[in-house]
Design a protein around this ligand. Structure first.
Ligand code: GTP
Length: 546
């Protein structure tokens, strides 16, 4: 597999995996948004339920206010009767109370009148050691009626105006003629371990329309004490979703005050939960601004998480890897086929090369054959014409070879031919010269660009005789000898290639006729026969063309 294919495949895998991951992530984010919307809706539902609960509770106070508005003297029994009917339906009310305005000069008479019902009755306030008789002041707002009395006995006679902060709240309610809620308060004195709020509703004589008249005509306050935890729980029970952690904050003033929380003590929020954290402010009521802070539990999120994003990422990735494996297998297979084709082509080329070599080689002597000689001569001829160079040709014939065969046998004759061919090949420079078997016991040597053909011819004649191959029946020598005809030509466009072989042949003929074991050189015009002796017994002749 080449680098480019690998690079493309790897890039495709990376892109595929990234896309799968991206799609999985997109689905996951979409799912997160849907869960977030669900969560907001659930919290909004609960906030609305709490608002309804609060309104209902405030309505209870206005219903009791109606009782006081319709009568100047509401007895303890009347108050208890209506209060009990509300308490039966509102489980989150700690107490419903009536606190009339009592001036300092009315204190004794008032206390006496209340003692008719409660012998130990006293106007009280919180002292350093517990409840004490209220200190003297211009006016008091002692809790006269309490329903239910059980569990709330301690607040009977408690002067609401014994704390400056509370006085502030009372005066606000009085001046505005509205219900006003206190900040979160401890309900320990009511034997409750949760936080609560008091909501005060002012009661007047008649219907005062100005602040001054309200201050003047104030009769007292109807108040409700509410357990915030229970109120919150009963509101939550009316909605369906579970698994949400809530905390209720009073954000009326700048400093937050926690009124209620169902967060587990050791809860540490993970990043997913923090992502979903949501705050919902309730409609302002009785002068207070409450806010719900909500965080889903891990179960809430897990319950709503589907497996689709993971499936998309995992199966997408697997699909990409499978696809890539399939493509890899196909590429690998085509690569194997390609390499097989290459190997076969190589084998074919090798076989072809060998065939060509065989077709150019003589089977017996393993030197180039006649065909090779003809083709080489043809090529050299054209080259010599272009380069205006010479070509030399030797025709070498073993002397009395028939007699050799007859004497030593045909197989020995074959061996003799091999040795002569080898001697010729070793004598000449095969890088430039071509030694070939011309046929039978005849050899040719092509000498390209050679001015002196005679010297190599004589070397050949000498080296073959020097082989010392015995030839007892030879009429020329006791050893194998050769006759050599040499011709040399500078070819032109007008000259004929056959001329060279003819001339060499004529020279060979002359060598044979003039006694064998010699070199004859063809001369184109008559010349004097000159003898150039390499060794004394190596004869050379020249033959002129007639
Ligand atoms: N052993 C063997 N002999 C061959 C081969 N080719 C040709 N011959 C023999 O070579 C001999 C050539 O004989 P001739 O043409 O009469 O020539 P010669 O006997 O050498 O006589 P001159 O050439 O005149 O010296 C023949 O007897 C062929 O049979 C071959 O491949 N192997």
């Amino acid at each position: 597999m080449n680098f480019f294919s690998k690079y493309i495949l790897l890039t495709a895998i990376l892109i595929g995996l990234s896309l799968s991951g991206y799609m999985g992530k997109s689905f996951y984010e979409e799912e997160t948004k849907a869960i977030e919307q669900d969560f907001h809706k659930d919290v909004d539902d609960k906030a609305a339920a709490l608002e309804r609960e609060l309104l209902l509770n405030i309505e209870v106070l206005f219903a009791i206010k109606g009782l006081f508005d319709s009568s100047d003297e509401v007895s303890s029994a009347e108050f208890n009767r209506i209060a009990q009917s509300f308490l039966a339906r509102h489980q989150d009310i700690q107490a419903l109370e009536w606190a009339p305005k009592v001036l300092e000069n009315q204190r004794l008479a008032y206390v006496d009148s209340r003692r008719a019902e409660f012998p130990d009755f006293e106007i009280t306030e919180v002292g350093p050691q517990g409840m004490i008789r209220a200190l003297d002041r211009d006016s008091y707002f002692p809790v006269s009626y309490v329903a239910p009395i059980a569990g709330n006995e301690v607040v009977l006679g408690f002067d609401l105006s014994s704390s400056d902060k509370r006085v502030e709240t009372l005066e606000k309610a009085r001046d505005l003629d509205q219900s006003v809620a206190s900040p979160g308060i401890s309900l320990l004195q009511y034997h409750s371990n949760q936080k609560g709020i008091r909501i005060f509703v002012p009661i007047y004589t008649g219907e005062p329309t100005t602040v001054f008249k309200r201050r003047d005509q104030l009769r007292g306050y109807v108040l409700g004490v509410y357990r915030i935890g229970d109120m919150f729980d009963s509101a939550i029970k009316r909605t369906l979703a579970h698994g949400i952690y809530f905390s209720l904050e009073d954000r009326t003033s700048n400093s937050d005050s926690s009124l209620y929380s169902n967060f587990p003590a050791a809860l540490s929020l993970n990043s997913s939960q923090q992502t979903f954290a949501y705050e919902k402010s309730l409609t302002r009521f009785s002068g207070r601004q409450w806010t719900i802070v909500a965080v889903p539990s891990t179960g809430y999120v897990v319950e709503r998480r589907g497996k689709l994003p993971y499936m998309i990422a995992i199966f997408g990735g697997l699909f990409v890897l499978l696809g890539a494996s399939y493509i890899y297998a196909i590429l690998r297979r085509s690569e194997l086929i390609e390499s097989e084709v290459e190997q076969r082509t190589h084998d074919l080329n090798e076989a072809k090369r060998k065939l060509e070599e065989l077709s150019q080689t003589d089977g017996l002597t393993k030197i180039p054959n006649r065909r090779c000689f003809d083709e080489t001569l043809q090529a050299l001829w054209q080259k010599a014409i272009r380069e205006e160079s010479k070509i030399g040709l030797m025709m070498i014939d073993i002397d009395h070879f028939k007699l050799y065969n007859d004497t030593y046998g045909h197989l020995a004759g074959d061996q003799c031919l091999r040795e002569v061919a080898q001697a010729l090949s070793q004598t000449l420079n095969l890088n430039t010269d071509l030694v070939a078997r011309y046929g039978g016991e005849e050899f040719v040597v092509l000498l390209p660009d050679t001015r002196d053909c005679l010297s190599p011819a004589k070397r050949c004649q000498y080296n073959i005789e020097r082989l010392g191959l015995p030839h007892n029946s030879s009429l020329t020598s006791e050893f194998i000898t050769v006759s050599i005809g040499v011709a040399s030509i500078s070819p032109t466009q007008d000259s004929d290639l056959v001329d060279l072989t003819t001339q060499a042949d004529l020279a060979l003929y002359e060598a044979k006729n003039s006694g064998r074991n010699r070199v004859c050189f063809f001369k184109p015009k008559p010349v004097d026969i000159s003898t150039i002796s390499h060794k004394e017994n190596h004869k050379t002749c020249a033959v002129s063309h007639q």
